[in-house]
Design a protein around this ligand. Structure first.
Ligand code: CTP
Ligand code: MG
Length: 233
């Protein structure tokens, strides 16, 4: 029987600059439902998850509460809180909204095609390793380039993974890492949560297989792909 308390932090406080749409991308409709609906629905239906914290853009909390949480009856969403300027500020706000839990699943609201399998695999892994991130092996060759776009290195592809979310941690560990990050104030280079734990605490983060459909909808062409991957809502 599951005894751990698991909380999902779903991030929806971004501005979607690269999408360039009038409506923020997390609220754009996919098969008639807002993009953010899909990952919330997957967390809602997965019994490993006890509660969800939804991080919305500052000022959008009421809209999210009414148009997302109440409309679609996401009973596990216990609070809708404002995010911050950068993604890591939004994550830090989410972590501070939690008083205690065992594991926290940090997920991009712009990744609608999260599956129950991915949650289950990452739960098994985080219990064993305290820190894990979902990702996929890269299919293309990756080159490192200099400032003039000349290739300077071709890293061994078999050692490269593309990182997705959720990124899943023991709560105490990731809370400590984020608190240290904000204390030190040198957060400019942070692009994911695992990096915070790696840099601040030297944590060894385990990779868990995600899915090639677990895309982050970032630019207009991703929306077309998302329409194809989207389950019938
Ligand atoms: N996010 C957030 N708070 C921020 C920035 C991002 O909660 N200050 C969230 C986004 O809503 C998204 C996820 O983090 O679900 C991944 O970010 P990204 O894809 O970069 O989304 P945006 O920041 O909205 O897009 P862009 O960078 O193009 O402006
Ligand atoms: Mg962004």
């Amino acid at each position: 029987m599951k005894k751990d308390r698991c909380i999902a932090i779903v991030l929806a406080a971004g501005k979607g600059k690269r999408m360039g749409s009038e409506t923020q991308k997390q609220y754009l409709l996919l098969k008639g439902k807002p993009m953010i609906y899909y990952s919330l629905d997957t967390f809602q239906k997965c019994e490993l998850i006890d509660e969800i914290i939804l991080v919305a853009g500052a000022g959008d909390e009421e809209y999210c509460q009414r148009e997302i949480v109440e409309k679609y009856r996401f009973s596990k969403v216990v609070s809708v809180i404002p995010g911050g300027r950068e993604r890591y500020h939004s994550v830090a706000n989410g972590l501070h909204a939690i008083t205690a839990c065992d594991y926290v699943f940090i997920h991009d609201g712009a990744r609608p095609f999260l599956t129950r399998d991915i949650i289950e695999r990452s739960y098994v892994s985080v219990k064993k390793y305290q820190a894990c991130v979902v990702g996929m092996r890269v299919k293309d060759t990756i080159k490192v380039v200099d400032s003039q776009s000349f290739a300077v290195d071709t890293p061994d592809r078999s050692a490269l993974w593309l990182i997705q979310t959720p990124q899943v941690f023991s709560y105490d560990l990731i809370r400590k890492a984020y608190d240290l990050l904000l204390e030190q104030g040198d957060e400019a280079c942070v692009t994911d949560d695992a990096m915070v734990a790696e840099l601040l605490l030297g944590t060894k983060v385990r990779l868990v297989e995600g899915s090639y459909q677990n895309i982050k909808v970032t630019t207009p062409e991703d929306l077309k792909i998302a329409e194809v991957f989207c389950p019938q809502a």
